[in-house]
Design a protein around this ligand. Sequence first.
Ligand SMILES: CC(C)(COP(=O)(O)OP(=O)(O)OC[C@H]1O[C@@H](n2cnc3c(N)ncnc32)[C@H](O)[C@@H]1OP(=O)(O)O)[C@@H](O)C(=O)NCCC(=O)NCCS
Length: 140
Amino acid sequence: MSANSSAAAVSPAPATPPSDKELVLKVIPMPADTNGNGDIFGGWVMAQVDLAGSVIPARIIRGRMATVAVKEFIFKQPVRVGDILSFYSSVTRIGNTSITVDVEVFAESFRNQGQFVKVTEALVTYVAIDDDGKPRPIPK
Ligand SMILES: CC(C)(COP(=O)(O)OP(=O)(O)OC[C@H]1O[C@@H](n2cnc3c(N)ncnc32)[C@H](O)[C@@H]1OP(=O)(O)O)[C@@H](O)C(=O)NCCC(=O)NCCS
């Protein structure tokens, strides 16, 4: 085996978007969203997860809310300019004042659509807040 072949890039494992989650956001990153290597900046992806994660809680909370916690971002695959990112979400917990959702992110090539790679996943918790910014009960 040559040095070149042992250094060949490993193809990312194909993944299937979850059928039990709702597609809440699709977005295509642009060059302005890159880091110094030309790959998409992780902070940009995190911001999109926060936006995507807020969609279902907003439907339930129906009013002002704030992100209180995000549990673990792990990035195993780079995202490239022009990839299509799809964000899937489902509710994992509804408490007295907070809602937690599980958001999964998948990338697919713009030109070769339908083949997905999982980019990251996070649990995001949103708190319903009142006009003073204090927690308020989730509407029944
Ligand atoms: C969100 C905020 C109003 C909550 O007020 P608080 O007094 O800290 O919250 P509480 O301890 O009363 O908890 C409120 C809810 O949040 C949940 N929560 C608090 N800390 C949490 C954590 N680390 N992880 C998960 N859930 C958490 C609590 O379990 C509770 O939910 P429940 O009522 O459904 O059980 C307040 O922390 C805040 O204003 N934070 C800043 C929010 C913000 O600006 N976000 C953007 C950051 S850039």
